[in-house]
Design a protein around this ligand. Structure first.
Ligand code: FAD
Length: 144
């Protein structure tokens, strides 16, 4: 099938900056609403957070993903929302999670946030692949 087919799941990855560092309660609030809505909408994905930075992957029917992304993008709790990758895919990568979550510490995940800043400036094609690899690994370890 061609890019953009409405039958294939659509994947969108973006990065953004929280308006300030959010505490655990504020992050839980975002996740609770995301999980409730996404389960209803048939959306799956994962949110990474580090020091006020977000990276989120959303997967599901194309129209639904794009509509939800428009809502998320307008959310005043974050800004500088930049799409890193969007495409139709054969199957969702994180199909059991209405919205997985990882607060990223040091190590590989931290590197992703640094990479993401460069990716936005320099349009690095490898960055979405590195994000996906990190999320798939995290999913494989934590899905049960
Ligand atoms: P509402 O019933 O309008 O709001 C639900 C609750 O969200 C409110 O009770 C309140 O506690 C909280 N809330 C809403 N806006 C604010 C605000 N400006 N400040 C403080 N608290 C507020 N939504 C999804 O459905 N799926 C997602 O995957 C998703 N991911 C997100 C990722 C990020 C980084 C951010 C910042 C938001 C995300 N959201 C997501 C939230 C989204 O932007 C909308 O707030 C939400 O979809 C509105 O849903 P609703 O109309 O059911 O919620």
């Amino acid at each position: 099938m061609t890019h953009g087919s409405r039958l294939e799941p659509y994947r969108l990855i973006y990065a953004s900056s929280a308006i300030r560092r959010l505490n655990a309660h504020e992050l839980e609030e975002i996740l609770a609403v995301a999980r409730r809505n996404n389960a209803h909408l048939g959306i799956t994905g994962m949110l990474l957070y580090r020091n006020g930075g977000f990276i989120q992957l959303l997967e599901g029917p194309e129209d639904t993903v794009l509509e939800l992304f428009a809502t998320i993008k307008a959310d005043p709790r974050h800004s500088s929302v930049m799409v890193l990758d969007e495409r139709s895919v054969d199957k969702p990568a994180l199909s059991d999670w209405s919205m997985g979550f990882c607060e990223v510490g040091e190590g590989e995940g931290a590197g992703l946030f640094a990479l993401t800043e460069r990716a936005i400036d320099e349009q690095l094609a490898d960055t979405p692949r590195a994000i996906l690899r990190f999320m798939r690994n995290f999913y494989a370890i934590n899905r049960d």
